[in-house]
Design a protein around this ligand. Sequence first.
Ligand code: 13P
Length: 280
Amino acid sequence: MKNLFVSVLLDAKAEKKAAASINILNYNTAKAVMDAAERAGRDVIVQPSTGTVRRYGVEQMFAMLDGLRKGRSVRVAIHLDHCTDTALAKACVDAGWDSVMMDFSALPMEENIEKTRAMVEYAHARQVAVEGEVGVISGVEDDIAHENAHPATFEDTMDFIEKTGVDAIAPSIGTAHGVYTGTPVLNYELVERIGKEQTPLVVHGGTGLSVEAFHKLIALGAAKINISTALKNIYLGESRRQLENAKIAPVKFDEAVEKACSELMERHMRVFAGETLPLD
Ligand code: 13P
């Protein structure tokens, strides 16, 4: 299957680098991320959450992102993050999105496989890729909250890939969505084993991992790294800072917030390509 999301991930994996996959929130953050990708010279994935997509509308969000990616010097894949709603994911597939992530990880394994497989069938028939999740990644992403992590095993992950036919796999490796309160204990051994397989491995919960952890995960085969909280935090933090200037005009305000978001996302992309830069 010829698909942009799959090509970006396979090329990143072949280079021993990872593509940043960022939960954009609106026009400003989407533009910030795509501009950052061009400056860094890195392909990128923009992945609004289901809540953000519902707020905009499936076709409207696609039209906005598709318009913004036109004429860029790097590839930009448009991906739906963490979806438990098959109807919404199908609507994205029909509207031309490059890929969707189905998150049925809270269900028993057999059901996770069955529901993900059904979406793969629907999506592949339309040249659209699917990411799946094995084990449970803890934390809150949008309206999906998992209190307790359930680690994935190598055997379950391989079984899931084989039975569903997913194009990318997000196993629970010890990362979590949101802000880490301590240093996460990552299952590098699992990443290494899955990393040797063909299907690109996705790391969720990227915010707050150290540069060393990113480099190690990528060296072991991680091809896609998700970042959400870091963007939300800089977006809100810089907004508050700018609003302290009571005289700031709306367009200048937007530009300043966008610039701060873009610079931080660029540093993430460069780190995922092997550079060592501060991420806070
Ligand atoms: P963070 O919010 O920890 O960056 O996680 C993002 C993510 O994995 C989105 O799916």
